[in-house]
Design a protein around this ligand. Structure first.
Ligand code: ATP
Length: 218
């Protein structure tokens, strides 16, 4: 379903969010106070606006209140990011997602009602570290500081073994939620399902258990 988004701050992060939403056929309003940045995004957004996002009147004028989902990707200027978030929450925008520069910024954003706060640089750093330390981990989703979901490659070690043989929940405390075999994805794996090298296992669990599982079992 086509949704409406506004992206404020068209640095590297904001512009890539904007381009991706546009590519997915959503309606996107791209906003920055730098005309050059806005012009660069002209072909990758439905509407654009050169506006200072800390100016309540200008924000009202461009119709920001009609958007249910706004992403604030103002980076360096923490004060502007906070003020803009306050204005958006004052406008009762349902979902305001904000990029934080550091932990203090994150705490303030939580306090003033940001609906989601993210740190793309440090989140990406964690993902890359996870990939670097295991050649079997293909993808990784962080659920919290302690839990994640990994997509991990099965090796020769598990050839012909069933999920019951591996007894993953009892031995490692994590759960296989899906198995990808060639073009087929099985989202209801059964104990008797057998594994082959090259299968992709989607596994959820505590990070320590997942590390032990993919090191020892696969
Ligand atoms: P990235 O790492 O994503 O490139 P960054 O963290 O370095 O970004 P900045 O470049 O400081 O962040 O800011 C991102 C964008 O936000 C810039 O294009 C900047 O012009 C825009 N911006 C900053 N302040 C405002 C404001 N008050 N109103 C609108 N846009 C703003």
């Amino acid at each position: 379903m086509k949704k409406q988004f506004a992206v404020i701050g068209l640095g590297r992060f904001g512009s890539s969010v904007c381009k991706e939403l546009h590519r997915m056929n959503h309606e996107v309003l791209a906003i920055d106070n730098d005309e050059f940045k806005v012009n660069e995004l002209k072909n990758f957004a439905t509407h654009t606006a050169v506006v200072d996002a800390t100016d309540e009147t200008s924000m009202k004028k461009i119709g920001i209140r009609n958007f249910d989902h706004v992403i604030v990707a103002i980076g360096e200027d923490i004060q502007a990011s906070i003020l803009c978030t306050l204005i958006l929450k004052d406008f009762n925008i349902k979902q305001v997602w904000v990029k934080a520069q550091n932990d203090h910024h994150h705490k303030v954003l939580d306090k003033i009602g940001a609906d989601k706060v993210f740190h793309p640089e440090s989140d990406m750093g964690e993902r890359i570290a996870e990939f670097l330390t295991s050649e079997k981990v293909i993808d990784y989703i962080d659920l919290s500081d302690e839990y994640s979901i990994i997509e991990s490659l099965a090796t020769e070690k598990v050839k012909g073994k069933s999920l019951a043989d591996l007894d993953i929940r009892a031995n490692y405390g994590c759960t296989i939620i899906a198995i990808k075999q060639k073009d087929k994805v099985d989202v209801t794996p059964h104990p008797e399902d057998t594994l082959n090298p090259g299968d992709l296992l989607v596994v959820i669990g505590h990070k320590n258990d997942l590390r032990r599982f993919q090191k020892e079992a696969l």
